[in-house]
Design a protein around this ligand. Structure first.
Ligand code: ADP
Ligand code: 5GP
Length: 186
């Protein structure tokens, strides 16, 4: 019997709630682990290296690409982000399920490498709510750039297996748990 775990891709605009949702899911769904990705952007005060991302400088990121360590990588808001192959494999080959927070380009790359991956697009209830949540988070870094991406990103939502609206967190978590249960049994 194949005991490889699932790959769950989560995408959505900045501020849509991906980080919040993934933290809840990892705490509540048995065997679900987050695949931590690399980035060249600076760590925010509340973030921890190796927990939110692996924070690396440009030369280190270039070495990861050259050493073929990344399943995919993309430049986002002027910084580079990449998914470690070893990170996905370490989770799925031990029968755990991997959840990855990546952008649309990354999601497409992961889907072509791992066609069985389940992709979920998180949408904010409205653009106004999205702006309020970003401001509440105190996220001023490249805010204009981030908001410019939103309209472009929302158009890609239909390419995903599922679209989930992040209205109330409990409802979102229940919907995603249902999606995961369905994927496990198929
Ligand atoms: P992302 O990781 O997609 O950029 P975050 O998870 O950081 O988004 O969420 C952005 C902000 O919105 C955070 O301050 C978070 O606490 C808040 N937030 C997320 N989901 C909800 C929700 N369902 N209701 C209210 N606030 C939310
Ligand atoms: P943040 O800087 O807020 O952590 O992430 C910014 C964007 O980068 C988000 O849209 C997130 O989904 C995406 N992202 C994070 N890690 C990766 C990765 O390894 N690859 C790709 N393609 N996107 C990523």
């Amino acid at each position: 019997m194949d005991k490889k775990g699932l790959i769950i891709i989560i995408s959505g605009p900045s501020g849509a709630g991906k980080t919040t949702i993934i933290h809840r899911l990892v705490n509540e769904v048995p065997l679900l682990k987050q695949c931590i990705t690399y980035t060249t952007r600076a760590k925010r005060p509340e973030e921890r290296d190796g927990v939110d991302h692996f924070f690396v400088d440009e030369p280190a990121f270039t070495r990861l690409i050259e050493d073929n360590q990344l399943a995919e990588w993309a430049e986002i808001n002027g910084y580079r982000y990449g998914t470690p192959k070893a990170g996905i494999n370490a989770i799925t080959q031990t029968g755990n399920h991997a959840v990855i927070d990546i952008d649309i380009k990354g999601a497409a790359s992961i889907k072509s490498l791992y066609p069985e991956a389940v992709s979920i697009f998180i949408k904010p209830p409205s653009l106004d709510t999205l702006k309020e949540r970003l401001e509440a988070r105190g996220e001023k870094d490249r805010l204009v750039l981030r908001l410019e991406r939103v309209a472009r990103e929302m158009k890609q939502a239909q390419r995903y297996d599922y679209i989930v609206i992040n209205d109330t967190l409990d409802r979102v978590i229940a919907s995603i748990e249902e999606i995961i249960d369905k994927a496990k049994s198929s």
